[in-house]
Design a protein around this ligand. Structure first.
Ligand code: SAM
Length: 276
């Protein structure tokens, strides 16, 4: 019956090779059930009978849209406002010291796998509250992701009640407008936060870092490197190193570390690194 057949090991390997070549995501053997679960719905929608048929459909779609659907289906976009509390505590303690070295009063930040926008919006809300004489600073956040779907949500900046739970009350009241959505009240980020953020599609593994002309003072690359194999992680970190300003900070997810790039970054605190 359509949608109920099992994916074969050979079919799984087709997807595994594809996703590795396309986005550098390395799928472990046990992810076979995840891939089957996530793709079965798409097979049903398209009326296809096997995973191989779906694979052929995807690779022959020259628009690349189906490949994006596929990558969206198998990658995890879970995120939240003010995730990794230790990092925000570190920034609260050090932000003004970091800024004191920036004579040009410019701060450049990259949220490198921004998902649906909670991370870059947290960064800007934090800075607006913490930076002394905020309006005199030129602050820009670049927010990128590989998934068009999450970027669309990020650009809209509209969140449900369940999404805004991690935001302190005064921060929520200052930076969001309440609007009426189809399923009740929604929270829309205000333009004075949004105007500092540029959203773009960028593949961290295969797109070229030569497009970056300016240097980033802080890079957030959180909860995405876990999907990449060690050589891919190492190359990514070296790319960050090249495009960061001296003493720049790199924030990673709590289960990620930079064991292979010891000459480039030093560990300041768990999941917080500084360019050497
Ligand atoms: C689990 S979310 C993490 C979001 C946010 N950084 C956080 O920590 O809350 C991982 C994000 O990485 C994105 N992603 C996966 N592979 C990527 C790649 N090769 N290049 C850019 N983004 C990628 C996914 O689309 C997803 O939105």
């Amino acid at each position: 019956m359509i949608g109920h057949q099992e994916i074969t090991r050979r079919e799984f390997n087709l997807f595994r090779d594809y996703v590795y070549k396309k986005v550098g995501i390395s799928l472990a053997d046990h992810k076979i059930t995840l891939v089957q679960g996530r793709l079965s719905k798409r097979l049903r929608q398209l009326g296809l009978k096997s995973y191989e048929e779906y694979y052929n459909h995807m690779v022959s779609d020259s628009s690349g849209e189906e490949a994006l659907e596929f990558i969206n289906a198998i990658s995890t976009n879970v995120t939240q406002f003010f995730r990794e509390s230790g990092q925000w505590e570190y920034l609260t303690e050090h932000i003004n010291e970091i800024l004191s070295t920036k004579k040009d009063k410019k701060l450049r930040i990259w949220s490198a796998a921004c998902s649906s926008g909670e991370e870059p919006y947290s960064i800007m809300m934090f800075l607006k509250e913490q930076v002394h004489e905020f309006s005199t600073w030129d602050i820009a956040v670049l927010a990128t992701d590989i998934s068009k779907k999450v970027l669309t949500k990020a650009m809209a900046g509209i969140y449900e009640e369940k999404d805004i739970q991690g935001i302190p009350r005064h921060t929520l009241l200052t930076n969001f407008s309440k609007i009426k959505g189809e399923n009740g009240v929604m929270y829309q980020i205000k333009d004075d936060i949004k105007k500092h953020i540029t959203f773009r599609m960028f593949n961290l593994v295969y797109d070229s870092f030569s497009i970056f002309s300016n240097h980033f003072d802080i890079i957030f690359c959180r909860n995405v490197m876990i999907y990449f194999d060690p050589p891919t992680q190492q190359k990514l970190i070296s790319n960050y190193h090249r495009i960061m300003s001296n003493d720049g900070l790199l924030f990673v997810g709590h289960s990620e570390s930079l064991t292979r790039n010891k000459d480039e970054f030093k560990l300041l605190r768990p999941s917080i690194y500084q360019k050497m």
